[in-house]
Design a protein around this ligand. Structure first.
Ligand SMILES: Cc1ncc(COP(=O)(O)O)c(C=O)c1O
Length: 363
C-alpha cells in the first residue's frame, strides 16, 4: 500500500551543520529570551494538567481568549488531524498548492478533498467570493491557511466571515500558524470571530513565531460548544509538562515580539526591492515570513540548488507541490546579514555571465 505520507516536509529535522544557513524552515530567525532552562525547572515526576492549562493561560493573557474557547495542542498539527475526525467532515475544499497535511488528515478521517487551484497568472491570489461560494457547494468544510504555505496567499477575513454567515452548515477551518508574522495581525485573525460564528475554527501555532518547533505548542480556538466536541475525540495529556510551563514563559519576552515583527516587516520590504533587481528570479506572496520564488536564471533549479549548497545555503524545493513544478522554491526571511548572504548568492548565480550556471537563455 502506498504510504499516505510520501510528501516530504522540506528541511525539517535535517542537520546541515553549523555554517549552513537553512532558509527552508519557516520559523522565526531569532529565539525568544527564555534564559537558561534546565530539566530541574520542570516537574517531570507528575503528570501535567490533563488539558494543557499553561497554554490556556498563555492565550488568555496574551490574546484575551477565554479558557473555554481554547483547546491546547501538541503543535498545530494535532489540531489539523483532530478537527476533520471530530467534526466528521466528508467533503473538504482546500487550496492547491498548500500544506500537505490538510489533505492527509482529511483522507485519514474518511473525507474526500477537492482542490481550488491558486495560479501564478494572478500571483496565487484567492479567487473572488462567488467563485469560492460555488466551489463550496459540494463541500462541508473549507480548510485554508492564512497566510497559505507555500504561496504566502492572504485570506481576507471579511470573505470568510461573509461565507461563514452565508453557509452556517459548513465549517471554515483557518490554519493561522503564520499569522503573527503578518503586519495585519491581530485584525486579520479570525480567532476573535469564533463566538459570533460557531462554524469558524482557528488552528494556531506557537511553533513558528516563537521559534519552538521542538516543544510542540499550539491551540484550536473555537466556540466552547465546538471545543467540547473536539475534546470528546482528543487524547488526554498531549501537552507535556515542559511545553505547558514554557507556554507561560512566553508572556514575559520583553520586546521580542515587537523586534521580530519589525525585523520581518523591514526585511520583507528590503528583499522584495532587491530581488526585483535580480535577473531570473520572480517573487510571489510574501505575506508571512517566507517568499515563494520562481527561478528563470538560465539553468535548472537543481543547478541553482548546487550553487547555493556550495555557499552553504539551503532553500525549500517546491517542485513537489502541484502547480509549482516549474522551478519554484521557497525561502524564509532570516536576519539581515543572513538574507544578504542569500541575496548575494542569488545575484551571483544570475548576473555573472561567466557563471557555470548560465546554460540556458534567460527569459
Ligand atoms: C501551514 C502550517 N500549518 C501548521 C504547521 C504545523 O505547525 P506546528 O509545528 O505547530 O505543529 C506547519 C508546519 O510546517 C505549517 O506549515
Amino acid at each position: 500500500m502506498k504510504s499516505l505520507y510520501h510528501h516530504q516536509h522540506g528541511g525539517a529535522g535535517i542537520n546541515f551543520g553549523t555554517e549552513t544557513l537553512d532558509f527552508s524552515v519557516n520559523i522565526s530567525p531569532i529565539s525568544p529570551p527564555l534564559g537558561a532552562l534546565s530539566l530541574n525547572d520542570f516537574s517531570l515526576q507528575a503528570y501535567p494538567s490533563i488539558d494543557g492549562k499553561g497554554i490556556k493561560d498563555f492565550y488568555k493573557a496574551r490574546f484575551e481568549l477565554d479558557n473555554a474557547m481554547v483547546l491546547p495542542l501538541n503543535g498545530a498539527i494535532e489540531g489539523i488531524y483532530l478537527v476533520p475526525r471530530a467534526l466528521v467532515l466528508r467533503h473538504i475544499l482546500a487550496l492547491s498548492p498548500s500544506f500537505y497535511d490538510y489533505e492527509r488528515a482529511a483522507r485519514i478521517a474518511g473525507a474526500d478533498v477537492t482542490f481550488l487551484p491558486l495560479t501564478a497568472d494572478n500571483g496565487f491570489q484567492l479567487p473572488g467570493i462567488e467563485q469560492l461560494a460555488e466551489a463550496l457547494l459540494h463541500a462541508d468544510a473549507f480548510f485554508v491557511a492564512n497566510p497559505n504555505n507555500p504561496t504566502g496567499t492572504e485570506v481576507p477575513p471579511e470573505m470568510i466571515m461573509a461565507l461563514a454567515s452565508r453557509f452556517p452548515d459548513k465549517w471554515f477551518i483557518l490554519d493561522e500558524a503564520f499569522i503573527q508574522f503578518t503586519p495585519g495581525f491581530p485584525d486579520n485573525s479570525l480567532m476573535y470571530q469564533v463566538m459570533a460564528l460557531k462554524n469558524v475554527v482557528v488552528v494556531h501555532s506557537l511553533t513558528k513565531f516563537y521559534a519552538l518547533p521542538g516543544l510542540r505548542l499550539g491551540a484550536v480556538i473555537a466556540h466552547p460548544d465546538v471545543i467540547g466536541r473536539l475534546l470528546y475525540y482528543k487524547e488526554p495529556w498531549t501537552v507535556n509538562a515542559i511545553a505547558e510551563s514554557v507556554a507561560t514563559l512566553l508572556l514575559n519576552l520583553g520586546a521580542y515580539e515587537e523586534e521580530l515583527s519589525a525585523m520581518i516587516l523591514s526585511e520583507r520590504e528590503r528583499i522584495t526591492a532587491l530581488v526585483s533587481g535580480i535577473e531570473g528570479i520572480r517573487l510571489a506572496g510574501g505575506a508571512a515570513n517566507f517568499f515563494l520564488a520562481q527561478w528563470n536564471g538560465g539553468s535548472t533549479l537543481d543547478a541553482l540548488f548546487s550553487w547555493l549548497a556550495e555557499r552553504q545555503i539551503h532553500v525549500r524545493d517546491c517542485r513537489n507541490f502541484p502547480g509549482l513544478e516549474e522551478n519554484y522554491f521557497r525561502f524564509a526571511i532570516r536576519r539581515p546579514v543572513e538574507n544578504d548572504r542569500l541575496l548575494d548568492a542569488l545575484r551571483s548565480a544570475t548576473l555573472s555571465s561567466g557563471s557555470p550556471l548560465r546554460t540556458m537563455p534567460v527569459s
